[in-house]
Structure formats: structure tokens, C-alpha cells
Design a binder for this molecule. Structure first.
Ligand SMILES: Nc1ncnc2c1ncn2[C@@H]1O[C@H](COP(=O)(O)OP(=O)(O)O)[C@@H](O)[C@H]1O
Ligand SMILES: [Mg+2]
Length: 270
């Protein structure tokens, strides 16, 4: 099979003209793969713009995989890199797409809860002292409880646009959850401000992205606030727990350093 994409958790192969196979990295926990399958199915049934999850392939001795409907399109991240002059327009698409997910509720209560996911991750962060963990966890309890559909990892490499630019899909639903949209936007904000591009990327592209990074964040947040009526303060209020929880992920050293500094500064302001 031809490899057509990759991310931190998996490689993506062309399975047929209509389907792709998302093949998870060796030893990737099967429970997380089952979660992605279940949450993708749920999001699809809700009518969200998600590629249909067709089958879950699990053998105890080999890598797990999911066959998904194939999207004929390009990621928002690739478009931003290829056509930086369209940055504002693309940031608007990103905000619009995110807002549409948030308009749906998880009334059935089948998705994991945002606050539980965040607190579980914060408890695991060895880089924070127990006191600091406790401060962030106590602060988290003061934030609103909501039941809107949240993606949990919404960034430009998880949104795909059709070539005509009139249709989009959201992929990579492993972290889908039910919660406050402001928290989901705060996570996108944290990712946009701190995430590094893959190491093998062309240095010129890297520089181009670094120049665009701040404007991308500003356009995205601005458009999201306009569409949703949610204030910047509401989004900002989630930044600390979301950034602290992200420290539980397997991130490049440079990102860890930057995030930790951010988290420690915010803890001081509590
Ligand atoms: N259904 C799909 N159709 C076409 N390309 C896809 C599809 N799903 C993923 N891809 C491509 O593979 C890349 C990685 O997929 P993703 O599900 O985000 O993996 P990871 O969990 O490792 O981030 C995407 O950015 C995209 O380029
Ligand atoms: Mg991804």
C-alpha cells in the first residue's frame, strides 16, 4: 500500500480509491484505537463532517488499524504552508469548522468528560510538583461544566479541505470528548502557539510557518469569538489546565520547555 500521510500516532496508507488504512505505530495501546473507532462512529452518526470509520482491525501480534473513508483533499496545515497569502481565509475556515462541532451536544453522555480527561492527565505530569498539580486541579473545578462535542486535538493537520475549498472534514477523533467549547478552543490555541513542525520539514517552510504562527492564532481566535459569542476571557480561563494537561503528552523537548514555562507563570498568577 502507498503511504499517503503520517502523524504522531499512525501512518496512513491508501487502501483503495475510496478508503485509507490508519495503521497505528507498534505497541500503540489497542484501547486508544478502539476509542478512536467508537468516537469516530459516534461523530459520523451525529452528522458531523467526519470520514466514516469502516472497520477496526486488531490482531494481538501486529499493529492495529482502522479503515476509514478516504478524503479527496488536503490538510489545512499543508494549505497554510503552500498558500500563506490565504492565511486569514484559512484561519476563518478553521474557526468555522470548529464552531460547527461545538454546536452539537453529547446528550447521550457517551463521550469521555473534558474535566476528567484533563484532571487525569494533570495527575500524571511528573514535571509539576504535587502542590502545583493540586493548585491547577482545584482551579479546574471552578470552570464551567458543559456537554458540547469537543474534538480534543483540533489543529490544522486534523482538518482537511476539498480541492475546491468548499467542503471540510475533521479527522483524528481519538481524543473526542464532551465539555466546554472554550476549553477545546484553548487547547487549539495552546497547540498553535507552541507546536513544532516535524523535524524533516524544509527549513524555508519552517521559517514561513513561524512568521505566520501569530497571525494564524489571532485570526482563528478572533473569528471563533465572532461566530460563537464566546469571550476571549472565557477561552483564556482554560489555558492553564489545558497547557498543564498537554505536558502529559510525548512532546519534543523544545515544546515541553516552552509549555512548562507558560504553566509555571500561570500558576504564579492564581
Ligand atoms: N480519511 C483520510 N483520507 C485522506 N487522508 C487522510 C485521512 N485520514 C488521515 N489522512 C492523512 O494522514 C494524516 C495523519 O492522519 P491522522 O489521523 O491525523 O493521524 P495521527 O493520529 O497520527 O495524527 C493526516 O494529516 C492526513 O494528511
Ligand atoms: Mg493527526
Amino acid at each position: 500500500m502507498e503511504r499517503i500521510g503520517q502523524g504522531r500516532t499512525a501512518e496512513i496508507y491508501a487502501y483503495s480509491n475510496e478508503h485509507i488504512m490508519k495503521l497505528y505505530r507498534m505497541d500503540f495501546p489497542h484501547e486508544a484505537v478502539q476509542n478512536e473507532f467508537r468516537i469516530s462512529e459516534l461523530a459520523f452518526k451525529k452528522g458531523l463532517p467526519v470520514p466514516q470509520a469502516v472497520s477496526l482491525i486488531e490482531h494481538t501480534t501486529s499493529r492495529a488499524g482502522i479503515v476509514f473513508e478516504r478524503i479527496q483533499g488536503i490538510t489545512l496545515l499543508s494549505l497554510i504552508i503552500q498558500q500563506p497569502e490565504l492565511l486569514e481565509q484559512l484561519a476563518f475556515k478553521m474557526a468555522d469548522c470548529h464552531y460547527r462541532l461545538h454546536c452539537q451536544r453529547d446528550d447521550e453522555g457517551t463521550l469521555p468528560l473534558q474535566k476528567q480527561i484533563l484532571s487525569g492527565a494533570i495527575h500524571n505530569v511528573q514535571l509539576l510538583s504535587e502542590d502545583d498539580q493540586a493548585r491547577v486541579l482545584s482551579y479546574l473545578t471552578t470552570l464551567p461544566d458543559q456537554q458540547q462535542i469537543c474534538h480534543g486535538d483540533f489543529h490544522p493537520d486534523n482538518v482537511m479541505l476539498s480541492e475546491a475549498g468548499d467542503q471540510y472534514w475533521v479527522i483524528d477523533w481519538m481524543t473526542g470528548m464532551s465539555g466546554d467549547p472554550a476549553g477545546d478552543v484553548a487547547r487549539s490555541w495552546v497547540i498553535l502557539m507552541s507546536a513544532t513542525l516535524p523535524e524533516d520539514i524544509d527549513p524555508a517552510i519552517r521559517m514561513g510557518f513561524e512568521t505566520a504562527r501569530e497571525s494564524l492564532v489571532e485570526f482563528y481566535i478572533h473569528h471563533y469569538m465572532q461566530l460563537s459569542g464566546i469571550t476571549r476571557e472565557a477561552i483564556e480561563s482554560w489555558m492553564l489546565p489545558v497547557a498543564a494537561a498537554r505536558l502529559d503528552e510525548d512532546l519534543p523537548a523544545q515544546e515541553v520547555e516552552q509549555l512548562l514555562k507558560f504553566v509555571q507563570e500561570r500558576i504564579r498568577l492564581l
